[in-house]
Design a protein around this ligand. Structure first.
Ligand code: NDP
Length: 244
């Protein structure tokens, strides 16, 4: 019989989660806290979360994002893991969608992610290591009526992660995309019972997911076990997108 070796304790890391003070982001924050990591959030409203450095920046504001990272690095140390999770929807049918409805969603979800990745990668490149996880959506690759803006912003994250992988893969940096399906959050709770039933019938798992189920996959992508996973899209959707 072979003896099981105790797992070596891992060094705490500095983890930044955008949109980390509620919903899926908060579940991700709690997962990293449970791992013993140092965690900071960046939101528009800096809602305090126990044990977390809460900073405030709008994803559309480059200077504010840069300042938030500077504060985080000063207080918690160089950023090891970035989880770009902040995102919005402004659903509208294509024919009625205004430029502003399109641009604001792309500016927050896509350009906001770019702004954070660019800032976080500075230190990662210098230290030759880092993990970038972007939260997309099943809608990014599956499409969604009334979501031309949102879907475009979320599918573009795949190209971004793959380009980062090609650019920075040789420096110990990975970039991956997590594509959640229907998650039990206030957003999905607002759907009427009939709509929920309809959606659940289309999901092979027959249910919506808990935010913690997304957090577990994010945590895996940030772990040593995922050191050779990069440029991947990992769906967490109960089979809805069939792996895309
Ligand atoms: P919530 O609406 O509950 O939370 C969004 C978070 O993002 C908030 O903390 C919010 O902060 C922050 N945020 C939004 N806009 C900005 C901005 N301009 N600048 C800074 N922070 C911002 O979202 P969910 O938890 O439901 O979703 C999280 C992510 O997961 C999103 O990217 C979403 O697209 C994606 N997703 C969600 C699904 C779901 O079923 N809920 C399914 C698939 C993907 P503040 O309140 O301060 O504005």
């Amino acid at each position: 019989m072979t003896e099981t070796q105790p797992t070596a304790e891992k060094e705490p890391r500095t983890v930044v989660v955008t949109g980390g003070s509620r919903g899926i982001g908060l579940a991700i924050v709690q997962r990293f806290l449970a791992e013993g990591d140092r965690v900071a959030t960046i939101d528009r409203t800096a809602r305090p979360v126990e044990g977390v450095l809460s900073t405030r920046a709008d994803m559309t504001d480059t200077a504010a994002i840069d300042a938030a990272f500077t504060q985080i690095e000063a207080e918690l140390g160089p950023v090891d893991v970035l989880v770009a999770n902040a995102g919005i929807t402004r659903d509208q049918l294509l024919m009625r969608m205004t430029d502003d409805e399109f641009d604001s969603v792309v500016d927050t979800n896509l350009t906001g992610t770019f702004r954070c990745v660019r800032r976080a990668s500075k230190g990662m490149i210098r230290r030759r290591g880092g993990r970038i996880v972007m939260i997309s959506s099943v809608v990014g690759l599956y499409g969604g009526a009334g979501q031309v803006n949102y879907s475009a912003s979320k599918s573009a994250l795949v190209g971004m992660a793959r380009s980062i992988t090609r650019e920075l893969g040789g420096r110990g940096i990975t970039a991956n995309v997590v594509a959640p399906g229907f998650i039990e959050t206030p957003m999905t709770a607002e759907l009427g019972e009939d709509r929920q039933k309809q959606y659940k019938a289309a999901i092979p798992a027959g249910r919506f997911a808990q935010p913690e189920e997304v957090a577990g996959v994010v945590r895996f992508l940030a772990s040593d076990d995922a050191a050779y996973v990069s440029g991947a899209v990992i769906p967490v959707d109960g089979g809805l997108g069939m792996g895309h």
